[in-house]
Design a protein around this ligand. Structure first.
Ligand code: ADP
Ligand code: MG
Length: 447
């Protein structure tokens, strides 16, 4: 699958790039118009100057004693001329020239109207029936510089505007997509068992149908799961009474039967029935764990719950469990007390069952709501360890069991947003088995 690209990035870049290109095109267009207008203005100034000088030059020449003698117009003050001119007769003889004028830059023969050479723009006009010509030259460099400056003036603001537009578009797209991001967060923040509809206000019209479809899907999924769970729970529940009744009957048969094979057989059936009862009990626990509702509305103090369950077990198991409580007086987490008890019972049951009989089982809780259940015994190899939390997976086939205990524990842990890890050998030891559960600490009213 191709990695999905960000809509925000695509819209941001696309819009900015698009506007920038259009902007550039508009700038170039504006520049062409400005250049044209500038040329027109320069040309008209050139023409105006020629028309002004010509009558003066004609007057001056006709007043001369020897009109055909070339004359440099003296300047009052030395300066570099911007416009230079030549006054010539029809044959091209120079009659008068501005002091800086270089005859080489002008046309060989005087001509009327505008013309352009490599470096100059020329304008020619005539008087006295085309016997006196004036030509004015203006360096092109001047016009080019004007055009360059106009282009710069048009382009420079763009440099500042592009980042502003990029930022603006980015912000705008981000604000527009806010509700979509909120929707994503709402989906991400869900606990494993939470299949209730997701509601996010003001989703864009393009996304709203999608969200609705997701909600429909969730609803169907929830119904399907509920049916499955209630079936498991109901069957386990329905099995309870007949199992108990049969067990009672078998126990009586066991007592009443004479010593011999019949009694042995009755004892075997009794054991099988007890296992069946345990299995149906585990199935009920699993159905409850998967049914959700594992979070309590108000934070629960884990310490008394833990102490109670451990006490209960110690009572039945000859005080093999060592309990280590945190220095703090209370550790709060939002877990349903029943779910916590089921989780703990399964872990302790395993530790007592599979742990080395001559070693104690250590149960501890830290300030940070980390629960550890540690027992001795041979370490479990890593590949086996990985799969133990799956349903009906068992490591030790010699003792009886259903393979559901750790699956129940894992389901509860996921339902309360906690984390579970199996470690073997136990931390800081060369043998044993350790289960760590990190509960989410809840902030309480006092703290
Ligand atoms: N505390 C423990 N020490 C050693 N092995 C364990 C421990 N807890 C669980 N196991 C292994 O994980 C397997 C699965 O445990 P569980 O899911 O509770 O099912 P069950 O106890 O019914 O076999 C067990 O069969 C056992 O091999
Ligand atoms: Mg077990």
């Amino acid at each position: 699958m191709k990695p999905s690209s960000s809509l925000q990035k695509r819209l941001g870049l696309g819009l900015t790039l698009g506007t920038t290109l259009l902007w550039l095109a508009a700038t170039v267009g504006a520049w062409l118009v400005v250049q044209h207008e500038l040329n027109e203005a320069f040309d008209s100034a050139l023409e105006e100057t020629a028309q002004r000088i010509l009558p003066l030059a004609v007057l001056e020449i006709s007043n001369r004693e020897n009109p055909s003698e070339a004359q440099h117009v003296a300047t009052l003050k030395m300066h570099k001329e911007y416009l230079t001119y030549l006054v010539r007769d029809a044959k091209g003889e120079i009659l008068m020239q501005s002091h800086d004028a270089n005859p080489k830059i002008f046309n060989q023969q005087p001509a009327e109207g505008f013309s352009t050479t490599k470096k100059y723009r020329l304008y020619g006009a005539s008087a006295l029936r085309e016997t006196v010509f004036i030509e004015i030259a203006e360096p092109l460099e001047h016009r080019r510089e004007a055009a360059r400056e106009a282009l710069l003036a048009l382009l420079l603001p763009l440099l500042a505007l592009i980042p502003i537009s990029l930022f603006g578009t980015w912000m705008f797209v981000r604000i527009s997509l806010r509700s979509v991001l909120a929707y994503r967060r709402a989906v991400e923040a869900r606990g494993v068992g939470d299949l209730s509809p997701i509601h996010v206000a003001r989703l864009p019209a393009e996304i709203a149908p999608l969200a609705e479809a997701v909600n429909h899907l969730l609803e169907r999924l929830r119904k399907a799961l509920e049916t499955e769970r209630s079936f498991t729970a109901n069957s386990a529940h329905e099995l309870r009474t007949p199992l108990a009744a049969t067990l009672a009957q078998i126990q009586r048969l066991h007592h009443e039967a004479p010593e011999g094979p019949l009694r042995l057989r009755a004892a075997k059936i009794e054991t099988s029935l007890r296992e069946l009862t345990r299995l149906s009990e585990k199935l009920m626990q699993l159905a409850k764990a998967e049914g959700g509702g594992l979070l309590s509305e108000t934070p629960e103090d884990l310490i008394p719950l833990l102490a109670h369950v451990v006490d209960e077990w110690n009572h039945n198991s000859g005080h093999r469990i060592e309990l280590h409580l945190p220095t703090q007086t209370s550790v709060y987490s939002t877990i349903d007390p029943d779910a916590f008890a089921i989780l703990l019972r399964n872990l302790i049951e395993n530790a007592l069952k599979y742990g080395a009989a001559d070693q104690p089982v250590e149960v501890s809780l830290t300030d940070q709501a980390l629960l550890r259940v540690v027992n001795g015994g041979p370490p479990v190899p890593e590949p086996v360890l990985q799969r133990l939390t799956e349903r009906f997976v068992r490591g030790n086939s010699e003792t009886s069991g259903s393979g559901l205990g750790l699956a129940i524990a894992k389901t509860i842990v996921q339902g309360v947003n906690a984390k579970i890890r199996l470690v073997s050998p136990a931390t800081g030891r060369t043998d044993g088995f350790e289960v760590c559960v990190w509960f989410a600490l809840a902030s309480t009213v006092e703290g």
